[in-house]
Design a protein around this ligand. Structure first.
Ligand code: ZN
Length: 166
């Protein structure tokens, strides 16, 4: 038997997690979709969480608090833009907080935005990540750790056992 694997660069970690905001609201959890499998050290998860998991072993649990600068960054006040309300389809129910998937008319690049404010003839869009400015509270549990395959290392991400490839 080789020594039990610990979390370090180049291993595939299976992670059960619950993510809460400062107010205790659960905003994400692996309970619904099953544990996350990721390749450690390749930026597949946010930096603050990745750093905090180093050295943990199978069966370990940990609470990790990640400040915005090691998660999704601070809110960038320049990342707001006012657009005419008429640019949205009439049948779209506009609502503050609504997350939109848009496509740039010039470059055809997809991007996400959140409706920050609705005015009479204008809408203010927020292009920050929805979790920008948030301190993230993770409760994690590690059910499994394995060595990555050469292919996974070459791709820079984990390949799930279900044949899913992304
Ligand atoms: Zn791949």
């Amino acid at each position: 038997m080789s020594e039990a694997l610990k979390v370090k660069d180049g291993v595939v970690v299976t992670l059960d997690y619950t993510l809460r905001l400062d107010d205790g609201e659960v905003i994400d959890s692996s309970t619904d979709e099953g544990p996350l499998e990721y390749l450690h050290g390749y930026g597949q998860i946010i930096p603050g969480l990745e750093k905090a998991l180093v050295g943990l072993g199978v069966g370990d649990r940990k609470t990790v608090v990640v400040p915005p600068d090691e998660a999704y960054g601070d809110v960038d006040m320049d990342a707001f833009e006012i657009v005419p309300r008429s640019m949205f389809p009439d049948d779209l129910e506009l609502e503050e907080g609504l997350e939109l998937s848009l496509r740039d008319v010039e470059t055809d690049e997809p991007f996400d935005a959140t409706i920050a404010e609705i005015r009479e003839t204008e809408v203010m869009l927020d292009f920050n990540h929805p979790l920008a400015g948030e301190t993230l509270h993770f409760e994690v549990h590690i059910p499994a750790i394995r060595a990555a395959t050469a292919e996974e290392l070459a791709h820079g991400h984990a390949h799930g056992g279900d044949g899913h490839h992304h």
